[in-house]
Design a protein around this ligand. Structure first.
Ligand code: PEP
Ligand code: MN
Length: 371
């Protein structure tokens, strides 16, 4: 198998033409490597992957439009700010929803899709409170094989109906290559769970998908391992990756996991990718979800993913950490105020979310664009 070699990056001049960028990419590909052209507001950078050994910078130095050829000191490159200085903003065609922009993205919904009624009821609540994204697993990675495993494709169909009725964008988990194909077809964002953060074949498959990927941090992953997992996805050509902190394993037993909020500024220093926070799995306790959501927005997270259930005590999974709809509404009001301090926004409540319904949101591939 081919080994990844010394990371290299070609930085183009600010006024390099598209033609010059194309020539450099063609040169890279002609040498048997892969070129990743990442446009920025100031300049374009071209990452090279697939090189087993160090490439001779002289090969590119003299090409028109090339500013410099640099060796990247970190093991990751496409995720790094070396490649792209400014924040990546992931937008969804024909909607005003985004990750990484001024608005703090809010994803809310049940842990698992249990029934059509449960999903539609929850969706109505969270959409009215201002969420633009709906979560809910159709495939559940459960610790016990005897626990509820999800409704599979029937669950995905319910999610598609949620999108149609309420104009919510759908975020749902793929647990293997087979489910990824189906999730890609029905959802707007493909979630890769904490337990799969280092499932490299799944990451590569997600890298070939044409929908953005929400990548959760593994329970014991370092920042470098987390970013390398994102690099796997990007190296296959999918640059729309959203990172998610969801708590790590520690000795503490007052919460299900320890929510590591300091990873947010740590990642933001190193990477241009958006990073959101999951205070539901990060605490495992309903009474801690709102306080940690406030803290996550205050620390600078680009979004929140929150579990909400109309009847949490009867939920088939994660009821103890699921908010009642009224609690979610109150949470939204609080984070809206906190966001202002950081010159950011949280979407306002919507009286009639059915009215914004996007037959306009494409159910098919290619809905996202990186800025
Ligand atoms: C989930 O979002 O329901 C989930 C299973 O999360 P995680 O992968 O973070 O445990
Ligand atoms: Mn859950």
């Amino acid at each position: 198998m081919r080994q990844q070699g010394v990371p290299m990056l070609i930085v183009m001049k600010a006024h390099a033409t598209e033609e010059q960028v194309r020539s450099v990419c063609q040169k890279i590909e002609s040498l048997g490597f892969r070129a990743h052209s990442i446009p920025g507001t100031q300049r374009t950078a071209i990452g090279i992957t697939g090189n087993e050994t160090e490439l001779d910078p002289g090969t590119f130095d003299e090409m028109l439009g090339v500013q410099e050829v640099i060796r990247v000191s970190k093991p990751y490159k496409l995720v790094s700010r070396d490649v792209k200085e400014e924040d990546t903003v992931i937008r969804f065609r024909e909607t005003d929803a985004s990750f990484g922009g001024e608005e703090v993205a809010i994803i809310a919904g049940p842990c698992a899709i249990e029934s059509r009624e449960q999903a539609l009821t929850t969706a109505g609540h969270v959409a009215r409170a201002g969420a633009k994204f709906f979560r809910g697993g159709a495939y559940k990675p459960r610790t016990s094989p005897y626990s509820f495993q999800g409704l599979a494709e029937d669950g995905l169909k319910i999610l598609a109906e949620v999108r149609d009725r309420f104009g919510l964008l759908i975020v749902t988990e793929a647990i293997d290559n087979e489910s990824l194909g189906l999730v890609e077809k029905y959802a707007d964002v493909i979630q890769i769970g904490a337990r799969n953060m280092q499932n490299f074949s799944l990451l590569k498959r997600a890298g070939k998908a044409r929908k953005p990927v929400l990548l959760k941090r593994g329970m014991s992953a370092t920042v470098e391992e987390f970013l390398m997992a994102a690099e796997y996805i990007m190296s296959e050509g999918n640059y729309n990756v959203i990172l998610c902190e969801r708590g790590v394993r520690t000795f503490a037993d007052h919460t299900r996991n320890t929510l590591d909020l300091s990873v947010v500024p740590a990642v933001q220093r190193l990477s241009h990718l958006p990073i959101i926070v999951d205070p539901s799995h990060g605490t495992g306790k309903r009474n801690k979800v709102t306080p940690l959501s406030r803290a996550a927005v205050a620390v600078g997270a680009d979004g929140l993913i929150i579990e909400v259930h109309p009847d949490p005590d009867r939920a088939l999974s994660d009821g103890k950490q699921s908010l009642f709809p009224e609690q979610f509404e109150a949470l939204m009001a609080e984070v809206r105020e906190i966001a202002k301090v950081l010159k950011r926004t949280v979407a306002d409540p919507v009286a009639n979310p059915g009215a914004r319904r996007p037959s306009t949101v494409p159910a098919t591939a290619g809905s996202a664009a990186v800025r």
